[in-house]
Design a protein around this ligand. Structure first.
Ligand SMILES: Cc1cc2nc3c(=O)[nH]c(=O)nc-3n(C[C@H](O)[C@H](O)[C@H](O)COP(=O)(O)OP(=O)(O)OC[C@H]3O[C@@H](n4cnc5c(N)ncnc54)[C@H](O)[C@@H]3O)c2cc1C
Length: 523
């Protein structure tokens, strides 16, 4: 007989951001829910979202304009059903958030699509409000600082196809434990940490995408990574975003010698679309071999800067940069993972009893490029849809009580942490250089070759040594990198966020890139 699982619940939710906590709160009046967070409960992209949430609330605004803006951003690759479903459910989802206690104190209409803000810290308001409610709910158990390692699938334990729980690594106890669950929801966020520079917090290592792939699920549109054009480049300012409003207020992009370059790339110069700006910075950095470019607003009066950008001014001053006198060093940074685990309108994956919600998923909403305020919205809408589907099928499920334990009999403590560290840096650097903002077939081939070498090394390491956070994340990042590269190689055009010098044109017809582990195994 297998041992009793360490934890048992109706639903295991892996991730405690907007997607995970919304799903948990939607279910908890009826079911026993366990929520995992890899680091501190707050740490995820949700907390850092500064902008807003798109939704049509006012009767004077039409859902049509929200649909249209989303489709334009998605560059012909959005799934119209997902766009319709999301926009139609936006109002009810936002209302739920307001009822939960998030105070939206500012409503702003921009380019026809209204966005809802809680000052300049929407994400913080969402995260802290939902977190408080989850902590208070008697049916929600929160396991903080637990890494999900792998899903427990039917094929792994000799049961019918489906998901039965997960192996989780307790960071405090440094041991792997089991969770038995009637169903599992992946809400692990994105994979931007695959790149050397990212605006995302540390947890964004694509764990959910890699776990789902290993469990046999299809992934879609992994070639589309959104890059924010301007992150502060400073060793002590990891992930500090410099808002695009700076350029809107007149800040200029400059080379290290002080000359401007945006007029060479676009007629709107600094006000060109985000992707054009990111590509131009990347191009100049690679051409000049420079570590960064510069964003300069020092020609504006100090009071103006102080009034409009107090947080940025303060942050830069703390690092010794007085932005009223000198430019800020900037690099583009990986910001959002448009692709992910392929799901339907119930957020269900193609493995029974496994759902994926939020940035980890690819619902089809974003297509080839994300409209900025649609991502928190997608978390809310699809969390609600997943919860509804889970509740409607609950009577058909029964969680197992016993699961095979984690076998550590063949592994030892790692004595060469330096190898993991080195592989980490190597992977993120070549992903940045070869698979970043501007791609070529040759660069992608080089990246794939290196990924295959790293995969062999990491597999060997994983089989012989006890797990650690760095090893688990590296294993997932390498897997996600492979999926990004393979997807990018299969797209023979430039579209939305995928830009390759070998195929600079956009083809008249296209479809999403879907990779399935089953097909690759058969090939
Ligand atoms: C700086 C910044 C600004 C942004 N601004 C906006 C904005 O204005 N509007 C907008 O709509 N979107 C914005 N976004 C995007 C948006 O914030 C995210 O897409 C969204 O918050 C993702 O939510 P999530 O719940 O899917 O993931 P996250 O909030 O990232 O949460 C992921 C959770 O999964 C957990 N986790 C991950 N791996 C594991 C594992 N192996 N085991 C256990 N737990 C795990 C983490 O601990 C975390 O709790 C912004 C993002 C950033 C980084």
């Amino acid at each position: 007989m297998e041992p009793v699982a360490n934890y048992q619940c109706d639903v295991l939710i892996i991730g405690s951001g907007a997607a995970g906590l919304t799903t948990a709160l939607q279910l908890a009046d009826d079911l026993k829910v366990t929520v995992l967070s890899k680091g501190p409960l707050t740490e995820g992209s949700t907390f850092y979202a500064q902008g807003g949430i798109a939704a049509v609330f006012d009767e004077n605004d039409s859902i049509e304009s929200h649909i249209e803006d989303t489709l334009i951003a998605g560059a012909g690759l959005c799934d119209p059903e997902a766009v319709k479903f999301t926009t139609e459910n936006a109002r009810a989802s936002l209302q739920w958030l307001i009822d939960a206690g998030v105070g939206f104190d500012q409503v702003q209409s921009k380019d026809d699509s209204p966005t809802y803000h809680a000052a300049d810290a929407t994400g913080k308001a969402v995260q802290t409000t939902l977190q408080k409610k989850a902590l208070e709910h008697p049916n929600i158990t929160i396991l903080e600082r637990y890494n999900a390692v792998d899903l427990i699938t039917g094929s792994r334990i000799g049961k019918p196809a489906g998901c039965y729980g997960a192996y989780i690594w307790s960071r405090p106890k440094e041991q792997v434990e089991t969770v038995a669950a009637g169903c599992v929801v992946l809400a692990t966020g994105g994979a931007s940490k695959v790149y050397q520079y990212t605006s995302n917090p540390d947890i964004a290592s694509g764990d959910g995408i890699a776990m789902a792939w290993r469990a046999g699920c299809a992934v879609a549109n992994m070639e589309f990574n959104q890059f924010h054009p301007t992150c502060l480049f400073h060793p002590n300012a990891q992930s500090f975003l410099l808002t695009e409003a700076l350029r809107g207020e007149g800040a200029l992009l400059k080379r290290p010698d002080g000359s401007r370059f945006m007029p060479d790339f676009h007629e709107s110069a600094e006000l060109a679309p985000r992707d054009v700006v990111a590509r131009a910075i990347d191009y100049e950095m690679k051409r000049l071999g420079a570590d960064s470019m510069y964003l300069d607003i020092s020609h504006k009066p100090k009071e103006f800067i102080q009034h409009h950008f107090p947080t940025i001014m303060e942050k830069c001053l703390s690092l010794g940069i007085d932005i009223s006198k000198e430019p800020m060093p900037v690099v583009p940074a990986a910001h959002y993972t448009c692709g992910g685990v392929k799901t339907d309108m119930n957020a269900a994956t193609d493995l029974p009893n496994l759902y994926a919600v939020g940035e980890v998923a690819c619902t089809g909403l974003h297509g080839a490029n994300r409209m900025a305020s649609n991502s928190l919205l997608e978390c809310l809408v699809f969390a609600r849809a997943a919860a509804k589907d889970i509740l409607s099928k609950q009577s058909q499920r029964q969680a197992l009580t016993h699961l095979p334990g984690w076998d550590e009999s063949q592994v030892a403590d790692s004595d060469e942490e330096v190898i993991i560290q080195h592989n980490w840096h190597e992977l993120r650097l070549f992903m940045w250089d070869y698979v970043g903002i501007v791609r070529t077939t040759k660069r992608l081939e080089r990246a794939l070759h290196r990924i295959e070498l790293l995969q062999r090394e990491i597999h060997e390491y994983y089989s012989h040594f006890k797990v650690s956070n760095n090893l688990l994340e590296l294993r997932n990042l390498v897997q996600v990198s492979e999926l990004i590269v393979r997807s990018a190689m299969s797209r023979k055009e430039s579209r939305g966020l995928h830009y390759t010098l070998d195929y600079p044109e956009t083809l008249p017809e296209t479809k999403p890139t879907v990779l399935s582990p089953k097909l690759i195994t058969q090939a």
